[in-house]
Design a protein around this ligand. Structure first.
Ligand code: SF4
Ligand code: SF4
Length: 271
C-alpha cells in the first residue's frame, strides 16, 4: 500500500488524454460515496491501483495505465440479477464486457477500459447497482463527514489542535480547539452543536425548502459567497509558498463547496 496518492502531475502525464475521464470518475465517486481511498502499485494491471473501499467492501478499483484508465467492478449474484434486468439499455460495448467477463466464487470481474468520458454515465449507473450513494453534502456544499470538527470524527481521532491552526492559516479564523465541535449541518438533534450556529446559507436553504444551494437557480449568490470555501487553486494563490497540498487534502478539502456544487450543477445539467 502506498502512503500517499501519486502527484497529480504524474497522473496527468501517465493518463494523457484519459486524464479528464479519470478526474470526472474520481470526483463522482468522492462526491457521492463515503469511502477510504487506497493507493497501491498497479502490478500487471497498470502503473497504479486506486481502490474505493469501506468496512471491508470494495465499491470499485481504478487502474492508471498509459493513456487509459481501467475500472474494475465486481458484481455479486444480486447485482447481476439487477443488471440483467436493465442490461439492454446499456451500450453494446458494456454489454460485451459483461458477457465476456469471468464469474468467480466472489462475483463477476469486469475490467472496463475507458479512454474518454462516453461511458461514464453508464459506469455511475453500475456503481449505483453496487451501492447506493451515501454521501450527502451540507446545505452550502461543505462535506461534513470529511470535516475534522464533526463530533464523530473527533471521537475517532481528535485533530482539533491542527484544525484550529489551519483554519487560522487558510481562513484567518481564530477558534480555539476546545470550541471546535459540531454535529453537522444536517443534524436533527434538538441540542445540536454547530461551529457556525448563525450560518446564513443554511438559514436560506431551509427557508427556501431546498436540499442545498446546488438546487437553487440563484446559485452562486451573495449569501453563498459569505461561506464560500477555498479550492486548492484558491488556497495556493492565497498562501503562495506556504501552501501544503497534503494538509489541504487532509484538513481543508471539506470546505471546497464551490467546486463540489459546480460539479453537482454540471451533472444536473447533463442528466
Ligand atoms: S463545521 Fe461545517 S462542515 Fe464541519 S461538520 Fe460543522 S457544519 Fe459540517
Ligand atoms: S439564494 Fe443563495 S444561499 Fe440561498 S439557497 Fe440560493 S444559492 Fe444558496
Amino acid at each position: 500500500m502506498l502512503e500517499r496518492a501519486p502527484a497529480l502531475a504524474e497522473l496527468r502525464s501517465l493518463l494523457g488524454d484519459a486524464y479528464d475521464t479519470w478526474q470526472e470518475l474520481y470526483d463522482y465517486i468522492s462526491d457521492h460515496y463515503i469511502m477510504d481511498i487506497l493507493w497501491d502499485e498497479g502490478g500487471k494491471y497498470g502503473h497504479y491501483e486506486c481502490k474505493f473501499r469501506k468496512s471491508g467492501r470494495t465499491l470499485c478499483t481504478l487502474y492508471v495505465k498509459d493513456n487509459e484508465l481501467t475500472c474494475l467492478l465486481i458484481f455479486g449474484k444480486k447485482e447481476r440479477e439487477q443488471f440483467a434486468a436493465i442490461k439492454a439499455s446499456f451500450p453494446s460495448e458494456l454489454q460485451a464486457v459483461y458477457d465476456n467477463s469471468k464469474t468467480y466464487h466472489d462475483g463477476k470481474w469486469m475490467y472496463i477500459g475507458l479512454q474518454d468520458s462516453r461511458l461514464l454515465d453508464y459506469i455511475t449507473k453500475m456503481l449505483t447497482i453496487k451501492k447506493k450513494p451515501n454521501r450527502n453534502m451540507a446545505m452550502c456544499g461543505y462535506c461534513c463527514d470529511l470535516c475534522k470538527a464533526l463530533t464523530r470524527n473527533i471521537k475517532r481521532q481528535d485533530e482539533r489542535q491542527q484544525l484550529s491552526l489551519l483554519w487560522e492559516k487558510y481562513y484567518d479564523l481564530q477558534i480555539p480547539p476546545e470550541k471546535i465541535v459540531c454535529d453537522g449541518c444536517r443534524s436533527k438533534k434538538r441540542s445540536a452543536k454547530r461551529v457556525d450556529d448563525n450560518c446564513p446559507v443554511r438559514k436560506c436553504v431551509l427557508e427556501l425548502g431546498l436540499n442545498s444551494c446546488g438546487d437553487c437557480a440563484d446559485y452562486p449568490c451573495e449569501i453563498f459567497a459569505e461561506r464560500e470555501g477555498l479550492s486548492s487553486a484558491d488556497a495556493k494563490q492565497k498562501l503562495g509558498s506556504s501552501y501544503n497540498n497534503q494538509e489541504y487534502e487532509d484538513y481543508l478539502l471539506a470546505y471546497d463547496n464551490r467546486s463540489r456544487l459546480d460539479r453537482y450543477k454540471a451533472r444536473q445539467a447533463r442528466s
